[in-house]
Write a protein of this length. Sequence first.
Length: 489
Amino acid sequence: MTRPPRDHRADGAQPSSGRGREGRGTWHARTVTTTPDTAPAATISAPGHASVASAGPGVATVRRVLERLGVHTALGRDVALAVVWALVTLAFLTTLVAAGEFYGANRSIPAAQVVVVVVLALVQQVPLVMRRIRPVTALLAVAVVQAGLLAVLPTGLALWTAAPVVTAYTVATLRPTRVVVGAVLAAVGIEAVGAAVGASAIVKDQLGATPGLGELGAVVEALALVASAVLINGVSAAVGSWVALRRAHDRDARARAAESVEHQATLTRAAVAAERTRMARELHDVAAHHLTGLVVQAGAAERLVDGDPERAKESLRSVRAQGRETLDALRSIVGILRETGDGPSGTVPVPGLADVSDLVDQARASGAVVESQLDGTLPSLAPLADVTAYRTVQEALVNARRHAPGAAVELRLRATADSFVIVVENDLPVRRDASADGGFGLVGMRERADLIGGRLDTGATPEGRWRVRLELPVETDASATGLAGGGPE
């Protein structure tokens, strides 16, 4: 009666061994297997495969530990893996020898045979270093060493370290199915040769081992070892193929999700563009309607000025009210239609003098020294003049940080009955930038000032400072408000 090997494990449990004994023509062998836990499987990482996060939190923890130890590359992690499995294998074999479970079907074995087995088991972990660089080569190298192990193992003992499992798994996760099948069959073939040599006891006799089983026992042993090779390589490769398939499925799912998000974003942009087009038509209608009414009422007021001054005044008041209504409608629609702005959506309110204090705070947050001072009360400027004042202060502060980094900046705001003056001064840099007074920023500020009837002066002062001065006209009926956060510093 023949009992095949019965302890093939690839689940990361602690390995075990058994000792077969002769008796009544029977023989049995227990297979000793040291296999990787889930960590080696999860640490497979190559372009196009799952990331560390998808592998699991345990793998991320292991990698963080390795990074603290100075291991940052995939090759370094594989070297660490090989060292760990070599130490585990050495400890396991030492335990077997000490427990007397290393003899297999023999009562004793020569020391030379023990040394050869231990050395081959340790050498077998070396190809793990190149398991991701040359996975097929690593698998075949491990198979050759495994064949040597099977050729010298004591009769009745089968020993499989973690290396065949890890390399077969790695090949299946990194290579196409056709390559995986060929590599696994080649590995099994190599190991079958080693099993046949071990069953024939050719090498064992050279090491001084005692005679093994009879002819029938040798055949059974060889078949059992070949079956072990098929099972271990086949199951490991199957698990690796399943993991590779799952990773590919996850990648496809993420790609489909990204495409769905992009498609939805495209539909949203198209809807927004259509709505903007509708609003543009509405803007045209609003402007045409209100401006036509303004022209008609203005003409009527012109005819009534001499004959009926009261009705002319009433008509002009109506013109003024309708003009304000038109401005409000235009501002509302244009604010939505703006393609660009200070915010991501491009629809935030247009900045003005009330936001100058925010500019000062931002400049100070970036490390600049800015002193601000307000003389008088902040006037209520026309919309275009309001945004011009804001942009001038913004550009002046930016230029000061760009061309004179570290220099203190003074911001002075002075309001009078008919004008509003903004002055921004800073020390000149040690090395003068030739583009300081010829940049597009100054050109833009000057164009804005000319557009609203203001005056912009820029240049160096006799005191050796750079000054930007903007003077804006103020309407006599403008209301006044206080500058929030812009008091003397």
